[in-house]
Design a protein around this ligand. Sequence first.
Ligand SMILES: *C/C=C(C)/C=C/C=C(C)/C=C/C1=C(C)CCCC1(C)C
Length: 258
Amino acid sequence: MNQLLLDVMTIPKDDPIAFTFFTGYMAMLAASVFFFFERGSVDEKWKISLLVSGLITGIAAVHYYYMRDYYVSTGSNPTALRYIDWTLTVPLMCVEFYLLLRPAGAKISFMWKLIGAAVLMLVTGYIGEAFVPLNADGTAAEGATSHSVMWGVISTIGYAYILYSAWFGEAKQLAANSNSTAVQSGIQALAWFVLVGWAIYPIGYMCMPGGWLNTGLGWQSANVDLFYNIADAVNKIGFGLVVYSIAKAESGKSTAKA
Ligand SMILES: *C/C=C(C)/C=C/C=C(C)/C=C/C1=C(C)CCCC1(C)C
């Protein structure tokens, strides 16, 4: 049989990264089916939030399908596919914040500021990762560390903006104005995801050749995908479940009133 086909059909048993690509794919797919079906069980005004949750995991599922095969057949990081996925899904997470906070007075400019910060974070992260100077054998070349540090720091500015908004800034203030305790605690839960779940990504980034954890602790560039895969499952499915539980709680309320 064709070697490439054989590779994508076999998960090497000593490869935890391949394992997370396969389980990540299935988990994203299952989560999308769940969110799409559950749209029917919430009030009209919450349906769009569940649709967005399903789109986030659905877009990720399609990218995992390709990234998984790319990884298993080449053994290298599917950097471009990864960032295309994030460029679509992270702005949709910003849309989720906006949709939840719209009843509390969130303006469309609130959403665009979050999306702007996300785009800054991802474009500069991509430059840091995809264009790091490497030797022919894939090890860090001259200037690799300064390249990844510089772009990583600029990327962190975008991340810090979203983090600040969720914990102290506009998102936090809008949540405080909301008369729904479900929305308030939901935004608090999303703020924790941004603080803890999203922090896994820069850890992965620092494992690439020339990165601080690679040069400092000897963590391999293959670990980049291990961190990213775990973080994606936690954040994309977790975010969706928080939104789902707010929608459920709020839908229950209006049925009780009617
Ligand atoms: C579903 C995908 C998500 C939630 C992706 C989030 C990605 C990040 C929070 C990435 C952050 C980065 C930094 C803060 C610095 C280094 C470069 C990045 C892009 C890995």
